[in-house]
Design a protein around this ligand. Structure first.
Ligand code: ADP
Ligand code: MG
Length: 443
């Protein structure tokens, strides 16, 4: 097969995976320029392509190519455009660092540092906990359990702990794995009778970072191994850091004793980012990548993309790629046009029903229960929260709000609002939760 034929076939595999729109935009402009045994060299228009593909589809091209030629392939990108000298230096520095750590068996994304992590009320708590753990691993919170929705910075934050400890404590034995990878290792070790080796690997660490721990639900052997790993490390005062898309009590299919281990140190949540934080993140990222943005464009992006920071960055990279290809500056009209398949212009109005749904999900109760006459604390608090949020986030009158809660009168709603305001002022943790709910409702 010629180079062209190989690439042609790979491209059609890629197109099937990502769909025609993303394919046309990101993959079609790529050329395969060389293939020597395992090593492929690709030419791409500019560095945003590299960044976007590495972020969203890190293995797609090598898998496709490998599938066509019948053996594994490693890809190197060559950027067609002349790259800004400073950016080139930065990339080389990051690549060097990544390689140095990889040689020690530590696989950490070098970009995920505390320096690059912007804080606001929604993530401040988790950030502070991570910094404390990085400062005195094994001595402050153990395990540290970070949870939050998709694309809110969990991986970034726990990786930052690894990055800083790798720098400051060179003798430390550090391991970062996804829970999926850990599971695969356990399964393989059991199958090949190599559980002792696995124990040797995981129980002699100074720092163990496991990402997306919710993955071990229903996986009994993995849970068993993890339980003993955590115990051993904990007893030796070695630091454990876990991330999850939900809190321990909502990871249902795990053993109680493991859940209690998860909850033994500190549980820190990351809530969806507030507007100011979204703007700050865009600005920082644009600055790093040397993308010129006006205030208007920053505000436009931050108001259109509300929950997922990865998506926010994805938009920025797409704009960077576009302006780099066309040479035209980024303004709001251009942004709207380039991102039209990602952002929609229809703003959904917030309704009381909507709020009931979000709040009941959050507290793990039924919507119906908030409308009932039940006065138990498990129901009363969520009900008051939902009333308060209905007042805050909709135009509904007090009477209308009351009606939505099983025919309460407006005085009950006023009372709930007052209670909630007082509680927010007094109780920081509660305040953060309410703010998180508001962010969720407004998306
Ligand atoms: P998660 O693991 O929670 O799904 P990630 O840690 O992968 O999310 O974050 C998604 C993207 O958003 C990453 O590129 C990360 O660098 C970025 N990001 C998330 N939170 C922040 C933050 N507070 N400041 C800067 N970048 C952030
Ligand atoms: Mg993650």
């Amino acid at each position: 097969m010629s180079l062209e034929e190989i690439w042609e076939k790979s491209l059609s595999l890629i197109e099937k995976k990502v769909g025609v729109n993303l394919f046309e935009l990101w993959f079609k402009p790529i050329k395969l320029v060389q293939l020597k045994e395992q090593n492929a060299s690709m030419e791409i228009p500019n560095r945003f392509y590299k960044e976007w593909i590495e972020d969203y589809y890190p293995n797609l091209m090598s898998d496709a190519l490998g599938g066509v030629v019948g053996h594994p392939v490693t890809i190197k990108f060559k950027i067609a455009e002349k790259v800004d000298a400073e950016l080139k230096k930065m990339d080389a520095r990051l690549e060097g660092r990544k390689q140095r750590l990889a040689n020690k068996g530590i696989h950490l994304n070098p970009k995920y540092t505390f320096e690059n992590f912007i804080t606001g009320p929604s993530n401040q708590f988790a950030h502070a906990a991570a910094v404390a753990v990085a400062d005195s691993p094994g001595m402050s919170y153990n395990p540290l359990f970070v949870y939050g929705g998709v694309g809110l910075g969990k991986t970034h934050l726990i990786t930052a702990i690894g990055n800083i400890i790798a720098d400051k404590r060179r003798e430390f034995n550090i391991l970062y794995v996804s829970a999926e990878q850990f599971t695969n290792e356990v399964v393989a070790a059991v199958r090949h009778g190599k559980t002792e080796e696995l124990k040797g690997k995981y129980r002699n660490l100074d720092l163990l970072l496991i990402d997306d721990i919710q993955f071990i639900e229903n996986k009994n052997a993995t849970q068993e191994e993890l339980f003993h790993t955590i115990n051993t490390l904990y007893e030796r005062q070695k630091q454990i850091v876990l991330s999850s898309d939900r809190p321990p009590k909502e990871i249902k299919a795990i053993t109680d004793r493991l859940r209690s281990r998860f909850s033994m140190g500190l549980i820190a949540d990351i809530q969806p980012p507030e507007l100011e934080l979204r703007m700050a993140i865009i600005q920082k990222k644009a600055e790093i990548e040397k993308i010129k943005l006006t205030e208007n464009v920053v505000a436009f992006l931050a108001t259109k993309i509300k929950t997922n920071i990865r998506e926010l960055e994805g938009c920025l990279i797409r704009l960077g790629a576009h302006t780099s290809l066309t040479g035209s500056p980024i303004d709001v009209d251009m942004a709207r046009d380039v991102l039209k398949d990602i952002i929609s212009d229809d703003e959904r109005p917030v309704t009381v029903e909507n709020i009931l749904k979000v709040v009941s999900e959050f507290y793990g109760i039924k919507c119906q229960e908030m409308k009932s006459k039940k006065r138990t604390r498990e129901i009363a608090l969520p009900r008051q929260v939902a009333m308060y949020l209905s007042k805050q986030c909709t135009d509904a009158s007090l009477n209308d709000i009351g009606k939505n809660f099983g025919g309460k009168d407006h005085a009950t709603v006023i009372y709930a609002c007052k209670q909630m305001e007082e509680k927010r002022a007094k109780d920081e943790d509660f305040d953060r939760k309410v703010q998180g709910l508001i962010n969720r409702i407004k998306t």
